[in-house]
Design a protein around this ligand. Structure first.
Ligand code: UD1
Length: 327
């Protein structure tokens, strides 16, 4: 039987590459579109690779036709919060406007399913630190706003056309492929677990703890760290759900529990067998004390069951990958 294709934008990036590999291993026909601005060609394993931009209408329409695409998974985006504050139009162009062009191509070609990488950043600050999908979205920065605007375009296009979508709001993604084939290679990383692993291996001199006076048990920020492989599985569940005819929806992708910065540091020290050089500093602007996903909806509706909900596994796989890549 003829097999229709899945277009994975940003499939040379950290999360997209894990999802593309999982899909191709499941026998799907995967086409990765990535402009390699932050992605890596060698992160694309077992998939067709096309270098190019999501905002290139002719290219995207041609790919949809050539590979008979009926599903798009859209990861391509800029993701650095402080950069989005300094250069908001870059984020609205590359995240929001490019997504609009992609959606237009999808509508014109009657693409059926769309899975979108959204972010917990759309929530801004949640009163009790527990994010529920139905809470009003109030992003605090252009990155979060650019993602929320894409969610709204998807919502409205799904209402007006035959397209159905799932938007996944990622919490703090970390870890790497347990088989060691892929990981996070991002340059000048800012995310805690990646930075801590770089410090562990001497690629950076020390880890700065931003804020030790939060109203949390040990005074440091608490986040919901989710293993990238479990997140990739959530995308596969979303695809199954859409193929089964499920209606469009937006779901948190997190484990529903949190760890503090100090707990993360302790896990890295356990994995390393040595202490990390630490420095305590003031809070980073815009960081909430605690952000944790309510995840009953994704479990119930998409049938997602996490299998790697273990901080030691998350840290160990991150550290393994960090050992493999050059400084
Ligand atoms: C990050 C991203 C956000 C994304 C979210 C979910 C930024 C600023 N935020 O959020 O866009 O949507 O993940 O995937 O890019 N910390 C330190 N020292 C460090 C780094 C971090 O103490 O060197 C602390 C932070 O203050 C925070 C926690 O560690 O309490 C996690 O920070 P980080 O890994 O940067 O992620 P978030 O800011 O939560």
């Amino acid at each position: 039987m003829h097999q229709r294709g899945i277009l994975v934008t940003g499939g040379a990036g950290y999360i997209g590459s894990h999802v593309a590999l999982m899909l191709s291993e499941a026998g799907e026909q995967v086409v990765v579109l990535d402009n390699l601005s932050t992605g890596f060609r060698d992160a694309v394993l077992n998939s067709t690779f096309v270098q190019g931009d999501v905002a290139d209408r002719e290219l995207v329409s041609g790919l949809i036709r050539t590979y008979d695409i009926d599903t798009v998974m859209h990861f391509a985006a800029h993701t650095i919060v402080p950069e989005s504050v300094a250069d908001p139009l870059k984020y609205y162009r590359n995240n929001t406007c490019a997504t609009r062009t992609l959606l237009e191509c999808c509508r014109d070609a009657a693409v059926k399913h769309f899975v979108f990488s959204s972010s917990a950043q759309v929530y801004g600050i949640c009163g009790d630190g527990l994010a529920r999908e139905e809470a009003p979205a109030a992003p605090l920065n252009p990155y979060g706003a650019s993602k929320l605007m894409s969610e709204w375009m998807l919502r409205d296009l799904s209402a007006a056309s035959g397209l159905r979508h799932v938007a996944l709001r990622y919490f703090n993604v970390a870890g790497s492929d347990p088989q060691g084939r892929l990981g996070q290679s991002t340059r000048e990383a800012t995310l805690l677990i990646k930075v801590a692993c770089e410090v562990a291996l001497g690629k950076r001199p020390e880890l700065t703890i931003f804020g030790t006076d939060y109203p949390t048990p040990d005074g440091t920020g608490v986040r919901d760290y989710i293993h990238v492989t479990d997140l990739a599985v959530a995308h596969v569940r979303a695809l199954d759900y859409l193929r089964d005819g499920g209606p469009s929806g937006t779901y948190n992708a997190g484990y529903g529990r949190g760890f503090s910065v100090r707990e993360v540091v302790a896990a890295v020290e356990r994995a390393l067998g040595a202490k990390l050089p630490l420095r305590e500093a003031a809070r980073r602007a815009g960081d909430p004390p605690r952000l944790i996903a309510m995840n009953d909806a994704i479990r119930r509706t998409l049938g997602w069951k996490p299998e790697l909900d273990n901080l030691d596994i998350i840290v160990r796989t991150s550290l393994n990958w960090e050992r493999r890549i050059k400084p």
